[in-house]
Design a protein around this ligand. Structure first.
Ligand code: NAP
Length: 248
């Protein structure tokens, strides 16, 4: 028997990058997974095609995690299909880098809305669903930027630090109900989000990473699945770096 046989799992931003790696890891271990996204139908459809072997165990849901009403409607649809929720991975996130003095209101607000409001809206409804079965795992995909800021990321770092704080608070609120809440802090992971880097920037980045390679979505997925197991019941309110030693 696999670790997540027939478990019910939501991964926001699950159609690309790190989220997709997490979705695949859960599917391979027998879970039902909803992968959410917000606009890129092409990537979502490609994923559905490439993961056709998992049939109806993979569901795609298109909505914006930063919109409270859309999140509410998503959970209403979900409750007609699923009688429980075991794991929520708050992975959907964006960045709009700009030095503080030049950052626009929109650059600030969009990052706040998706990374922080989205994590809050998704968790708020997941918690009572998990309480019904006295079991649940909530994992926020934060970043090492939430622990030590990089220039140009005043908005992004604030949200990623916020997700770590939210894990600490939620863990204290729901610990006695069998629910754990943790944050995972990736370093540089090979996805669209870091595609802006030219060769020189990559070389400079690698020089700072003790294990001398960029991370893969599967590196993050390994930690997310570990935190999701029943055996991880005593790990809550903490954050784990997946950064190859960057920031250690
Ligand atoms: P990515 O490749 O850009 O994928 C982002 C995913 O989030 C996509 O599925 C996207 O959907 C979805 N998404 C974006 N805005 C959304 C919204 N408003 N509502 C619902 N879904 C939304 O990102 P990634 O690099 O995998 O990053 C995933 C998470 O890891 C983020 O929280 C990021 O901050 C964190 N992280 C990444 C790195 C890294 O090096 N890559 C490092 C540290 C932390 P569409 O396809 O429809 O746009």
């Amino acid at each position: 028997m696999t670790r997540f046989h027939d478990w019910k799992i939501i991964v926001t931003g699950g159609t690309r990058g790190i989220g997709r790696g997490i979705v695949e890891a859960f599917l391979k271990e027998g879970a039902f997974v909803v992968a959410t996204y917000t606009k890129n139908d092409q990537e979502a459809n490609l994923m559905k095609e490439q993961l056709a072997e998992f049939g109806n165990k993979l569901l795609l849901e298109k909505f914006d995690v930063s919109k409270s009403e859309e999140v509410k409607q998503f959970y209403q649809r979900l409750e007609t299909r699923w009688d429980r929720l075991d794991v929520l991975v708050n992975n959907a996130g964006i960045k709009h880098d700009q030095v503080t003095a030049l950052m626009t209101d929109d650059e600030w607000k969009q990052v706040m809305n998706i990374n922080l409001d989205g994590t809050f809206f998704m968790s708020r409804t997941a918690i009572p669903l998990m309480m019904k079965n006295r079991f649940g795992r909530i994992i926020h995909i934060s970043s090492v930027s939430g622990k030590s800021g990089l220039p140009g990321q005043t908005n992004y770092s604030a949200t990623k630090a916020g997700q770590i704080a939210m894990a600490q608070v939620m863990a204290k609120e729901v610990g006695k109900k069998g629910i754990t809440v943790n944050a995972v802090c990736p370093g540089f992971i090979e996805t669209e989000m870091i595609s802006y880097m030219n060769d020189e920037q990559k070389r400079a980045t690698l020089a700072q990473i003790p294990v001398r390679r960029l991370g893969l979505p599967s590196d993050v997925a390994n930690v997310v699945t570990f935190l999701s197991t029943r055996e991880s019941a005593y790990i809550t309110g903490t954050s784990i770096d997946v950064s190859g030693g960057l920031g250690a």
